[in-house]
Design a protein around this ligand. Structure first.
Ligand SMILES: Cc1cc2nc3c(=O)[nH]c(=O)nc-3n(C[C@H](O)[C@H](O)[C@H](O)COP(=O)(O)OP(=O)(O)OC[C@H]3O[C@@H](n4cnc5c(N)ncnc54)[C@H](O)[C@@H]3O)c2cc1C
Ligand SMILES: CC(C)=CCC/C(C)=C/CC/C(C)=C/CSC[C@H](N)C(=O)O
Length: 525
């Protein structure tokens, strides 16, 4: 055998071997690619393929609850989903202004706590700015006399408080601070995308049984147990509950603490009006605003473009005199569900969706530009009268809950009396004021504007919060108000409902109702 033929043969066998190996490699590579393709189309073990986002979502109500939900739903589901927001009145709902002599004043939700982080975030992200709320001196009137009056000197004030009530004021402050501290945990949970299916579970996650207990017991019961005196409760705590919630200390302890937090320094409002947050949230969420009233919701089966029959909700709504209807994959109800406030009927649900009879407290806000008759409250003349807010004790003879001077939505901090020495005063009362009643309070007045509200739930603990999940993809935000009604609470409810809807749509059950969340997230950055 010639060396070159050997070499030739070697070359050929080597070539065949190389061919074989290359063939095998090609098969292997093809196999790998095929496998990868199959994995991609079937999904990696343990990681479900993300479900296509819903086609359309309806939100009923363009208050702070509904508009914050729209904002967060857009963040979670992305740009492809169509979001319709229905509003039968004004965008902002209970965040509203009234105009007096060309100036706007808050007539609904007015003050925001410095630790209300969602509201703070909205203002920053939506290009708005904040103004400090007026912080004038406060007095408490019992129908005959001022039982307590603040002093402008901090030290004198402290001495007065201790003289009248011992260290109860300080203890109260610490009690509220502890509840607020725990409340702040919700921001951590939400920033990690966790959601809750009930308000009770949400409250429990903030501080366990004791925290939920606050909601189940009346404020008076909780504070009496903690050793606060009747005098302190009647002269300080009740008046604060009356200005903020138009109710007595029979409200639940959680909303009582929320209300007490209004005595903290640093309260603020949105320059131009708090309602601007709602219109900006709508814009930022690229939602369609439909000015109409939703009358009914019914589950229907529809065949979508994919050819598959799908369960959707039909919303029937009225715009002017016309009735329309549309179909939605997900519906969020962001308005108090009772006949007087939203009048939505849930048709043919099996089991039926429970009837809501939550009673909302009627409240009238009256804004008056005039000269206060200070002698109603004290023997001192007006030029020596330096109180900015007068609270009242629980006396059935009194026809107002509170009266305080206010700034327009453009002014920062303490408003100065106008050239005619008249301030603009805001009065909260259970019913509309008569002319005689106004003339009792004012030496003279130029303007009076009123706005009537069904303002907040009438709190009667122990009570059950309505479910957040009303049906498979139908959610309810305003059950949160049964715990406490405030702008920030509705924003928390809006975020929670958006997260809940997103996780339930995608089957992320581990992101819902996680227990021991606080402990679990302690170590997370
Ligand atoms: C006088 C007053 C003072 C307050 N002061 C403060 C305060 O200082 N600080 C604070 O934090 N909170 C305050 N609050 C509470 C706060 O305003 C509310 O908790 C909050 O605004 C509620 O927002 P929401 O979006 O949940 O409800 P809403 O603002 O009531 O929004 C619900 C919306 O749904 C609409 N709607 C209802 N039914 C339908 C339907 N069938 N179809 C279409 N639309 C519908 C309504 O028109 C409304 O606009 C105050 C409230 C009042 C009334
Ligand atoms: C939600 C938390 C932790 C705090 C919110 C505190 C807060 C600002 C509550 C508002 C309560 C409320 C309904 C006040 C109504 S009256 C407000 C004000 N005194 C006015 O004059 O309008």
């Amino acid at each position: 055998m010639r060396a070159d033929s050997w070499a030739f043969q070697f070359d050929r066998s080597a070539a065949r071997a190389v061919e074989r190996t290359a063939g095998q490699l090609a098969c292997l590579t093809m196999g790998l690619w095929l496998g990868l393709l199959l994995l991609c189309s079937w999904g990696f073990p343990g990681s479900a393929e993300p479900r296509a986002p819903p086609e359309n979502i309806a939100i009923i109500g363009a208050g702070i609850g509904g508009t914050s939900a729209a904002y967060y739903l857009r963040q979670k589901f992305g740009d492809d989903v169509k979001i319709d927001v229905f509003e039968k009145g004004e965008v902002g709902g209970r965040l509203a202004t009234v105009t007096m002599q060309g100036q706007e004043y808050e007539s609904g939700g007015s003050v925001i706590h410095p630790l209300n982080l969602h509201m703070k975030r909205f203002v920053k992200d939506l290009g708005l700015s904040a103004v400090q709320s007026p912080s004038g001196l406060v007095g408490v009137y019992n129908g005959e006399t001022l039982v307590y009056e603040e002093n402008s000197w901090f030290i004198i004030n402290m001495i007065k408080l201790i003289w009248h009530y011992g260290f109860q004021s300080l203890r109260m402050h610490m009690w509220v601070e502890d509840i607020l501290d725990k409340f702040m945990r919700i921001y951590r949970y939400q920033s990690h995308d966790y959601a809750f299916s009930s308000v009770e579970k949400l409250l429990h996650s903030l501080g366990g049984d004791d925290y939920l207990g606050l909601f189940n017991r009346s404020l008076v019961e909780t504070l009496q147990k903690a050793g606060f005196s009747e005098k302190f409760l009647d002269e300080i705590i009740t008046p604060v509950m009356r200005i903020n919630y138009g109710q007595t200390m029979n409200i639940n302890g959680f909303v009582g603490a929320v209300s007490m937090s209004c005595t903290d320094p640093g309260l603020w409002a949105v320059k131009g009006g708090n309602k601007l947050v709602c219109s900006r949230l709508l814009q930022a969420s690229k939602s369609n605003l439909i000015s109409g009233s939703v009358m009914s919701i019914e589950e229907k089966t529809r065949t979508k473009q994919t050819g598959n029959p799908t369960k959707v909700y039909e919303a029937v709504y009225q715009t002017g005199s016309e009735t329309h209807s549309d179909f939605y994959d997900i519906v969020l109800v962001a308005a108090p569900l009772n006949r007087k406030m939203s009048n939505i009927t849930f048709l043919n649900f099996d089991p039926p969706i429970e009837e809501f009879h939550q009673y909302y407290e009627p409240l009238v806000t009256t804004l008056i530009k005039g000269q206060l008759n200070s002698t109603v409250f004290t023997s001192r003349a007006l030029d020596e009268f330096d109180l900015g807010t007068i609270l009242t004790t629980d006396n059935p003879d009194l026809f107002i809950n509170s009266i305080g001077f206010v700034s327009s939505v453009e002014e920062n901090n303490n408003p100065q009396p106008k050239a005619d020495r008249a301030h603009v005063w805001k009065i909260f009362s259970a019913g509309p004021l008569t002319k005689e009643q106004i003339l009792k309070l004012f030496v003279s007045y130029d303007y009076a504007v009123k706005r009537s509200w069904l303002a907040y739930p009438h709190y009667t603990p122990p009570e059950k919060c309505p479910s957040i999940i009303l049906h498979d993809r139908l959610y309810y935000l305003n059950g949160m108000e049964v715990a406490a009604s405030a702008m920030e609470m509705s924003a928390v409810a809006g975020y929670n409902a958006a997260l809940l809807a997103y996780h339930r749509w995608n089957g992320h059950t581990h992101m819902i109702d996680q227990e021991e969340l606080y402990e679990k997230l302690k170590t997370e950055l």
